[in-house]
Write a protein that binds this ligand. Structure first.
Ligand code: ADP
Length: 431
């Protein structure tokens, strides 16, 4: 028996005993009157506390404590403790839910929770931006009514969610989204939306690159195969034969150059960040000048401008030779006979600048942003005739990028161009 019941029974026994005593000593009716009075007092006591409980239950609170005595003290304190625990649990759950939704908000992927009929239950801000949704007003709406692009509507309707959908949203030109639906709970869905614009662009670049390489190699290969066939089938005069062999050598050298540049690019891509060897600029500049003179074969004026002691570079010597050498050889190749090519190196508080200025054919402004793309050439014929592969400036950009340096190109068609490699302070010795 619980304590309150024991108390009630004891109260009743005591009251009955007092009533029996009064009934025996005074009159029987007096005994009955005492008993009824006792019961009324007991009933009144319970009614008062029941009233308190009823009032409190309308707005249960863990702070406004219920106060009672006797039996009700026990009951009230138990209810109060239970209520307090419950409210604490709710507060904890609310905090957890808020943290969970903050974590989903922080995701760079869009997330939309859908019910089994594809109505929006919840979405994060990324998804709002990706699909132009507003959770406050769109909650409960069918998603297909808000994102009406036919392929998206068809994807939702088909209910085949094993593969993600690649979507190019009408309202965000150039963006590519990967939409993936994952079932959870009882028929609910979680839609994950990844922005794969960059990955898609990389993939396209890779495909273009493979197509370009194949094309670049196929041309000389076709020529070679043609000559070989001719040599096998036709009895040629020695002079013609020599001429054909010279042309074949030219084509195979061309292929060798392409493969050499491709290997240079891929070795730079795979290599760890460049070393920090100190590259003696006086020696490097002298080598670049001599290379320019050799390539030019006396057809141009080669000028070198570099202040005494203007500082050395910190980096991978072979990559710097390759990058700066490409700029020099381009200047020679794209400058007609009699032109001037000026190599310069200077350092200042902003870092170091190596520049090659020529008085050559120049480049139209529209081509400049694309010059460092692999195999991009303004004039394919001229590039080929001067032994170009279309990869030189791609190598330059890559090698400079690895040294945190930038390439600045300015040019005036018919007048000449200036290619400047700018190195940050951290790459110049002594700054
Ligand atoms: P290529 O092997 O064709 O020279 P590059 O990547 O070195 O390839 O250069 C890309 C294109 O940029 C060249 O085909 C050429 O059209 C242009 N170019 C580069 N340097 C110069 C320059 N100094 N003057 C004019 N055009 C240039």
């Amino acid at each position: 028996m619980s304590l309150p019941v024991v108390r009630a029974v004891v109260y009743f026994i005591v009251m009955a005993a007092i009533a029996a005593f009064v009934g025996a000593v005074v009159q029987p009716w007096a005994g009955w009157a005492v008993l009824v009075l006792g019961l009324i007092v007991q009933l009144g006591y319970h009614i008062v506390y029941l009233g308190r409980l009823e009032r409190w239950s309308r707005q249960p609170s863990a702070t406004a404590e219920l106060e009672g005595d006797g039996v009700w003290d026990d009951v009230f304190s138990r209810i109060y403790r239970h209520e307090k625990k419950l409210l604490e649990l709710i507060a904890r759950r609310e905090t957890e839910a808020a943290e969970f939704s903050a974590a989903i908000q922080a995701l760079t992927d869009g997330v939309i929770l859908l019910d089994p009929d594809n109505h929006i239950t919840w979405c994060n801000m990324t998804a709002e931006m990706q699909f132009g949704l507003t959770l406050r007003t769109d909650q409960g709406q069918p998603l297909a009514n808000l994102v009406r692009q036919p392929e998206f509507v068809a994807y939702l309707a088909a209910e085949e969610f094993a593969r993600p959908l690649l979507l190019r949203p009408d309202r965000q030109e150039g963006r590519v989204l990967s939409v993936h639906v994952l079932p959870y709970g009882s028929g609910n869905r979680l839609m994950q939306i990844k922005d794969v614009t960059q990955a898609d662009a990389l993939d396209r670049m890779r495909r273009d690159f493979v197509a370009n390489v194949s094309h670049e190699l196929r041309t000389p290969l076709t020529v070679l195969a043609g000559f070989l066939e001719t040599l096998q089938e036709i009895e040629l005069e020695p002079d013609d034969r020599r001429h054909y062999l010279e042309l074949m050598t030219e084509q195979s050298e061309r292929m060798q150059l392409i493969v050499r540049d491709l290997l240079t690019l891929s070795s730079m891509e795979a290599a760890p960040p460049p070393e920090n060897e100190e590259v003696d600029m006086a020696t490097l500049l002298d080598k670049l000048r001599r290379d320019a003179e050799m390539l030019s074969g006396g057809r141009h004026h080669i000028v070198l401008v570099a202040a005494e002691g203007s500082g050395d570079l910190r980096g991978a010597e072979s990559e710097l030779v390759s990058a700066l050498g490409n700029l020099v050889s381009n200047a020679v190749r794209y400058t007609p006979e009699g032109g001037t090519i000026t190599l310069s190196w200077h350092t200042g508080k902003d870092g170091g600048e190596f520049a090659v200025q020529d008085t050559g054919i120049g480049i139209e402004a529209k081509h400049i942003p694309r010059l460092t793309e692999r195999f991009y050439r303004v004039d394919r014929g001229r590039s080929r005739d001067t032994g170009g592969t279309g990869l030189g400036l791609a190598i330059v950009k890559h090698a400079l990028g690895r040294h945190r340096a930038t390439l600045d190109i300015s040019s005036t068609p018919g007048k000449g161009s200036r290619f400047a490699a700018r190195f940050p302070v951290s790459r110049v010795v002594g700054l």
